[in-house]
Design a protein around this ligand. Structure first.
Ligand SMILES: O=C(O)c1ccccc1NCC(=O)[C@H](O)[C@H](O)COP(=O)(O)O
Length: 223
């Protein structure tokens, strides 16, 4: 198993969950955002979550969700973590964490130095932060756009909680991303798809292999 944790985001089919687990990923992400090609309904997500073996953490991704939607999801889907991928404020992140008693990961978009202070602010209230590429202005999706940011912006930086690197990662570039940033957790969605919303088992496996190779190259200690 890789010593750097991997999250495969945007799973829509049971076979994708199986491929994710078999490849050795640590997290499986389900997107609750109707405009996304990776969107799953609450009942689909429940079925997918029940397919996941013990040891694969199930992450529910929401965008500016109100309590009614979160109640509905969490009543029906056995999740291990919530990922907040919208414009949730620091106070809202803290409120969701307290209300639902689940670990919360806040996604923060990065495009320039000016985006870095938010990582510190959210890092004080969230259980984890997802350091993702900022979606371009006017983009239909706030994440999952297959765009990388300049990894030099975060090289050597650390925050008050565990963090995960995301944005445009692929089997071909994830090794360099890990080497440049020191990330010990990485998240991927479009870089391991055959088409939007359809994961490719061979690419998932290649991604995990590339992460494992990178972990060995930098001798990352076991978590
Ligand atoms: O993936 C989506 O469709 C999506 C929709 C709405 C908000 C966030 C979304 N994805 C966020 C993720 O967790 C992605 O894994 C992350 O942004 C990286 O995506 P990618 O660049 O495609 O690897």
């Amino acid at each position: 198993m890789s010593e750097i944790r991997v999250k495969i985001c945007g799973l829509t089919r049971p076979e994708d969950v199986v491929a994710t687990a078999e490849a050795g990923a640590s997290y499986a992400g389900f997107v609750f955002f109707p405009k996304s090609p990776r969107h799953v309904s609450v009942s689909q997500a429940r079925e997918l979550a029940l397919t996941a073996p013990v040891g694969l953490a199930k992450v529910g991704l929401v965008v500016n969700a109100d309590d009614a939607l979160l109640d509905e999801i969490l009543e029906q889907v056995p999740l291990d973590m919530l990922q907040l991928h919208g414009r949730e404020s620091v106070d809202r992140v803290a409120e969701i964490r307290a209300r639902y008693g689940l670990p919360v990961m806040k996604a923060v978009g990065v495009a320039s130095e000016a985006d870095l202070p938010a990582l510190l602010d959210y890092g004080k209230v969230a259980d984890q932060i997802l350091v993702d590429a900022k979606a371009p202005k006017g983009a239909a999706l706030p994440g999952g756009n297959g765009l990388a940011f300049d990894w030099r912006l975060i090289a050597g930086r650390r925050w008050p909680c565990p963090w995960m690197l995301a944005g445009g990662l692929t089997p071909a570039n994830v090794g360099q991303a890990i080497a440049m940033t020191g990330a010990r957790q990485v998240d991927v969605s479009s870089g391991i798809e055959s088409e939007p919303g359809v994961k490719d088992a061979a690419r998932i496996s290649a991604f995990l292999q590339a992460v494992s190779d990178a972990a060995e190259a930098v001798s990352v200690p076991r978590l």
